[in-house]
Design a binder for this molecule. Sequence first.
Ligand code: F6P
Length: 325
Amino acid sequence: ISKIAVLTSGGDAPGMNACIRAVVRTAIHHGLEVYGIRQGYQGMINNDMEQMQARSVSNILNLGGTILKTARCLDFHKDEGMEKAYQNLKAKGIEGIVVIGGDGTFTGALRFSKKYPDIKVIGVPGTIDNDLYGSTYTLGFDTATNTVIEAIDKIRDTADAHDRLFFIEVMGRDSGAIALRAGISCGAEAILLPEKETAIEELIAGIKAGHYNSKSSSIVIVAEGDKNGGVYNVSEAVKKEVSHYDIKVTILGHLQRGGSPSAFDRVLGSRLGFAAVNALTAGQSQKMVGLQANVVVLTDLEEALNQHEFNLEPDLLQMAEVLSI
Ligand code: F6P
């Protein structure tokens, strides 16, 4: 292999830049030419790619977002789009790509490399959602959780000052990973998660018990994938039964995706980018690099995608309840 490319796709995640930097510099270390593809698969189709040098990735470790930009590209799911992308890579002599993204990105990568097996593909799990089988942590999850914690701590100040009850919606798509860790870290009175059903009656009873036990404020974190119909529905249902608190709703939204990556995400991005290029030079393809028990491991992309059961740690779930009394 002598030429590779790197792209970021799907939702951006803090640490993607650290990973791009590691891919570029590890490739150069191996004597490979490396191309940066802009806007994910869209750039592959539009031939929007440029050779990168060691200095192309200077001073980006600390930046959120992605210098290569990202997109959710529907054209790549069509045969015509894939063929165009393939021809563009062939014309440049690119034989391997590192794709940094989440499950949508990996679905595209796997289909592409099954159709065109002469182009090797390695995936790096880059999503704040922490929802990929094969890696205990995904790139961006730690930073996003810290961002959420910082925001909720601020909300706690005003909630406490006014004796208020806040419902706070956090991101994660179908995963409650951010909600659970943020809930534990901020001492949330309740955490509503897609992975665990909580009846509204149970929630109301908990809030009333908190008031009885002299809590002056309450924070309820609602993961966006929770099955109770969304944060406004939940707050309205509670409002009907709970009169002792003034109730407010905050949706944290996209601020959760931005910001300078944490030390953990800078190291993780560097480590996975380094490992992804080493995997390509070793002839690997259709694999995801991930972290398990603090060791970088390869998982078949097929397995990473098909293994939908991604369970939250049972001890954390139980502990969150015990500690929130
Ligand atoms: O996958 C990352 C994520 O931020 C999810 O948590 C969220 O559901 C989704 O992306 C939002 O996507 P978009 O930015 O395209 O609205």
